[in-house]
Design a protein around this ligand. Sequence first.
Ligand code: PMP
Length: 391
Amino acid sequence: MKGRKLLMIPGPIEFEPEVLQAMGMATTSHVAPGFIEVFANSLELMREVWKAPKGQPFIVAGTGTLAMDMAACNLIEKDDSVLVISTGYFGKRFKDIMERYGATTTILEAPLGEVISLEAIERELKTKQYKALTITHVDTSTGILVDPEPIAKLATKYNTLSILDGVCSVAGEAIDQEEWGLDVVLTGSQKAIGVPPGLALLMVSEKAMKVWNKRKTPVANYYSDWQNWLPVMRAYEERKPSYFGTPPVNLIVALETSLKIICKEGLSERVIRHQVLANAFRAGITALNLEILPKTNHLAANTLTAVYYPKGIDGTAIVTKMANNNVIVAGGLLSDIKTSYFRIGHMGSVSPNDLIAVLSALERSLSELGHQMELGKCLAAFQNEILNSKV
Ligand code: PMP
């Protein structure tokens, strides 16, 4: 379609037509038998996607931040110690949320473009009894990918709950919640899960549910209190009607559709597709003589790429030119360097053709602005990676 815009920000993303069609259905009652079945299926499919057969899923109207808020207010009580492992803007957000519920926080902040070493995390866990630690799997502000597995194992060793902000990772990066021992893995619907914004999704381990059950004080947030939501999730899964707050019916129908698409593709196949596309995309970025924010490719996420604007070229002009070329990308988010980089999302239903379109629009935009590079080289670099990966 002439003039069709390609939405390549790190969420919301381009959604599958089937998901959008599902959303467009005539809204039913939230206790209609058909909808109860959809809700129940969605809860069951979440366990497959999160790889948490014994986990307690929650589907609640809200955003990724609500999912973070829910994890914090249900598991943390006043004066609990929480270790925040931060690789950007969203790590700091978790610190603020934890403190709002009375936690005493310690933040380990990675230098820009890097991660915190396991040694540093273990050293900190030895200093006192932490109730919980938080990890941002992919910090969308920096495009940094953290490996949650060894951190979750350290948390288990030190009897600390592990909470993973998977807003920019669930269904795009490898996650094996139960095998790794993660206690909470949370996300929002608008990223690699592939559903328009509006759902907060959490999977909570048996251990974390027990910790919640043994709270000494009531949960300070009425809407987020699992006391209100747990009976609803259980009832839907038993195919019975229930009510606390009206569920966003159309979004949940879309969620079931998207989770089915994800499971049909296969989780490992989906993660490999994201890896291959991310690697090929970054080969293209390098061929454009651009630099990424993560210090090495190994630390770069598979769901988005953060790229520095070339020196001497007006960044906002690049983003505007991209939009004029019908590709929407996002500006920077990290306050100190906001105007020096931009971000491209490549998650969910993303295909090689989408990324070719992004690279070619970027090449044209940069070329018009006088950036030096060899025309066509980025496309060749991208194609070579894709052809060599056999995906
Ligand atoms: N955590 C991460 C890693 C995110 O990328 C985002 C959204 N960009 C959030 C939390 C907050 O999610 P939301 O905007 O849906 O509240």
